[in-house]
Design a protein. Structure first.
Length: 123
């Protein structure tokens, strides 16, 4: 049951991603949808997951509420088309190349930060 809801939420986030790119969606819905999609796909949480109980509060409450709010702002016909695109998108295999690129970017940021920190400490 929980897995089905998580998959459904993931599917809705993909649909919102396509809605952000659709010209028929109002600008304010696009802005909120972009925030919700960015937050859902971001590895950084508002409340870190290691904090007991509160850590998963944002994933269990805030994200679904954001999805519900955006769904109310998007015309039903547009949302249906975006859901169809999302189902086609989610049927494709995950891209390992994209995962490697994201990990490489994080490693470069960590290396640059470490280099800057070491130079700052040595001065």
């Amino acid at each position: 049951m929980w897995r089905d809801r998580a998959r459904g939420l993931k599917h809705e986030v993909y649909a919102l991603y396509f809605a952000v790119r659709d010209p028929r969606v109002p600008w304010y819905a696009k802005a909120l949808a972009a925030f919700v999609v960015g937050y859902a796909l971001s590895p950084i949480d508002l409340i870190p997951d290691f904090i007991p109980v509160l850590g998963y509060l944002d994933d269990l409450v805030l994200l679904p509420l954001g999805v519900l709010a955006v769904r109310a702002m998007i015309p039903a016909s547009v949302l249906l088309e975006c859901r169809e695109k999302a189902s086609q998108f989610s049927e494709k295999s995950t891209s390992r190349v994209a995962a490697v690129i994201i990990v490489a970017i994080w490693l470069l940021v960590a290396a640059a930060s470490s280099y800057w920190l070491l130079r700052w400490i040595s001065n």
